[in-house]
Design a protein around this ligand. Structure first.
Ligand code: M6R
Length: 616
């Protein structure tokens, strides 16, 4: 997830680009850059690691003049966040410059082909590969920029939103998209153009927007109306829409809070997380870390997972997945306890570090200790180039884009998705998962984003339900098996943003103590999806109801039994048992969110918490 902005018109481009980058900063902020062509035809590019404010400092006092320019704020995917990898990138000749949001999956073979043709590379990015391909095509066939872009895009696999300009032709801007969003704002007489990853940078300039569709290329020429074509150069109608943008909600992509936006991001980002890795049509899961470290993984003595908070809950799910599919024993430890426990860990062990931010101090120390003692460290991290990613021997990024709300949502489902792919990939290599189960799992996992989208349609229903629970002081969350960590996660979500005391338990543990708390004032949230242990969960539910507890149950679609017992039910689609956390957690995220909003609390920045816990 990156943000791109571009401008072509009669105004100074730089202030428009910088303002646009600030509005897109929620999409990523590990580096930023801008390129502007001045009146003399000079191409000036400025880049900085970190936020857009750093870029402004770098560019201050330099020539930023010009009426055409492109800009970018980055969430690193290929290559660590540094200046060389920051966009805009420059072609070999220094004539073309480009920004890109997305992932070019076949960048590696294309890079090799271009190297054979004499191209050299300044960065580790997939973007530079695509740009060099465009330049190669332009020069080899003597075609104009838009033709070269179309022809190059036919050769790439992956997702992109790009904007490219040519120093020799400062009156033309070419952009295209597939899988990554792109909007063109039409200014004066439809001949002034604002281009961006979402409509927010357009606010205040124009409300006339053309949303570019997949595999469309838009050519914007100074003083002319925009021209859109598909990759075969067939003309496409320009479909301008009038939009109404509330400037206050800009950074949140139109949602009132980052947390709600991130909950709703889940179908799209989980597709990103699986893209190029889960290949049901090829009957394969490909994770490069598993390919490269196959022997250490399949012959591991045991796995240990270290993490904190929500990431620790994902690890509890990972333990069940790996033990089921790989038959390798897995221990799950709080990173903060592990580091001071003089752990028995060493060669032959693989220590998995799960972390959204990649900067959690306890987790970082835990893996440093494991590494010193000879274990292999495998990072499952969201933030590319973060400390934990760098301190790991290998790993798999979850690629769910920046998570800004303090309460983790999409990172949890991203971690769970990666853990599922990992367990299946290792199990397949080890021969401990049958072919039929492997294929069933691939197909079922591919359905998950659509199934989550269906649950999100229940948002209004869950919002209405939340009103009934706003005044409660305590909650219990109960689940078994794969749904036990979901109960913990539901309780954590509620307590951290609504300040309501909530406890998660394995449902059968209730009778060993917590049942003493149950009365008519105690809501009990049951994870009662139709999986193994379902009948046992029903018995636990009866025990609560007979003590006047109020039951809210998450059930599988079409369940009639629980409807006769619980006060409220929320249905989720059917999945195999091993995938149920990915759907059953969604209503709990929405429930916590709506209760906190109804209480008038600061959902995105709850008291006493921080997004990245870099202290012990
Ligand atoms: O960045 P990490 O995943 O390492 O963070 C771990 C915890 O601090 C984090 O999950 C925390 O519990 C969240 N606020 C939960 O919503």
């Amino acid at each position: 997830m990156c943000g791109i902005v571009a401008y072509l018109g009669s105004r100074e481009a730089y202030p428009i680009l910088i303002k646009g980058l600030h509005r897109l900063e929620y999409r990523g902020y590990d580096s930023a850059g801008v390129a502007v062509i001045n009146e003399a035809g000079d191409l000036n590019i400025y880049k900085a690691v970190g936020k857009v404010a750093n870029l402004e400092q770098v560019a201050a006092g330099h020539d930023c003049s010009g009426t055409i320019g492109i800009a970018h704020t980055r969430w690193a995917t290929h290559g660590v966040p540094n200046e060389a990898n920051a966009h805009p990138h420059l072609s070999q000749s220094g004539e073309l410059t480009m920004v890109h949001n997305g992932i070019i999956e076949n960048a590696s073979p294309l890079r090799n082909q271009l190297k054979e043709k004499g191209f050299t590379f300044r960065s580790d990015t997939d973007t530079e590969v695509l740009l060099q391909l465009i330049e190669y095509t332009q020069k080899k066939h003597g075609v104009d920029l838009v033709c070269a872009v179309r022809s190059s895009l036919k050769k790439v696999i992956g997702a992109y939103a790009i904007a490219v300009i040519d120093r020799k032709d400062p009156g033309t801007l070419v952009a295209a998209r597939k899988g990554s969003p792109l909007a063109v704002g039409l200014g004066e007489a439809n001949c002034e153009f604002f281009l961006a990853s979402d409509a927010s940078p357009l606010a205040g300039y124009t409300n006339k927007v053309v949303y570019i569709n997949d595999e469309e290329v838009v050519e914007l020429r100074r003083g002319e109306e925009p021209a859109i074509t598909n990759l075969n150069a067939d003309k496409v109608d320009v479909r301008a829409k009038e939009i109404d943008i509330d400037v206050n909600m800009l950074d949140k992509g139109g949602f009132p809070h980052f947390m709600l936006k991130e909950i709703f991001d889940q179908p799209a980002v989980l597709r990103d997380c699986m893209r190029g890795r889960l290949l049901p049509s090829h009957h394969r899961i490909i994770l490069s870390a598993v390919t490269e470290h196959r022997e250490e993984l399949i012959h591991a003595r045991r796995f240990i997972m270290v993490s904190c908070g929500t990431s620790w809950h994902a690890a509890l799910i990972g333990k069940q997945l790996i033990e089921q599919f790989c038959r390798i024993p897995v221990e799950v430890a709080y990173a903060s306890e592990f580091r001071y426990s003089d752990p028995v860990v060493g060669p032959g062990d693989v220590v998995f570090a799960l972390s959204q931010s990649g900067e959690t101090a306890d987790t970082l120390s835990a893996i440093q200790l494991a590494s010193e003692r000879g274990a292999m460290v495998f990072g499952i991290v969201n933030a590319v180039g973060s400390s934990i990613a760098r301190a790991s021997d290998t790993g798999t990024y979850i690629h769910v884009g920046p998570e800004i709300g303090v309460a983790s949502t999409k990172a949890f489902t991203g971690q769970t998705t990666v853990l599922t792919m990992l367990a299946l990939a290792i199990g397949w290599e080890k021969g401990t998962v049958s072919e039929s189960l492997y294929l069933e799992a691939l197909e079922a996992l591919e359905q998950i984003p659509d199934q989550i989208a269906r649950i999100l349609e229940k948002d209004d229903e869950i919002k209405a339900l939340a009103q009934e629970y706003v005044d409660k002081r305590h909650f219990l969350y109960l689940g078994r098996g794969m749904n036990y960590p979901v109960a913990l996660e539901g309780a954590l979500k509620l307590k951290e943003i609504s300040y309501i005391h909530a406890e998660g338990y394995p449902a059968a543990e209730m009778k060993h103590g917590p049942i003493a708390l149950v009365d008519e004032d105690m809501p009990v949230v049951f994870l009662a999806t139709h999986h193994n242990l379902y009948e046992k969960i029903i018995s636990n539910m009866q025990e609560v109801v007979s003590r006047k507890g109020k039951v809210l149950a998450i059930v599988s679609e079409g369940d009639t039994v629980v409807k006769g017992i619980a006060q409220h039910v929320i249905e989720v689609p059917h999945t195999p048992n091993y995938l149920c956390p990915l759907v059953s957690v969604i209503p709990l995220q929405l429930l916590a969110y709506h209760i906190a909003v109804a209480k008038g609390l600061n959902v995105d920045q709850p008291r006493n918490l921080a997004k990245s816990v870099t202290v012990e």
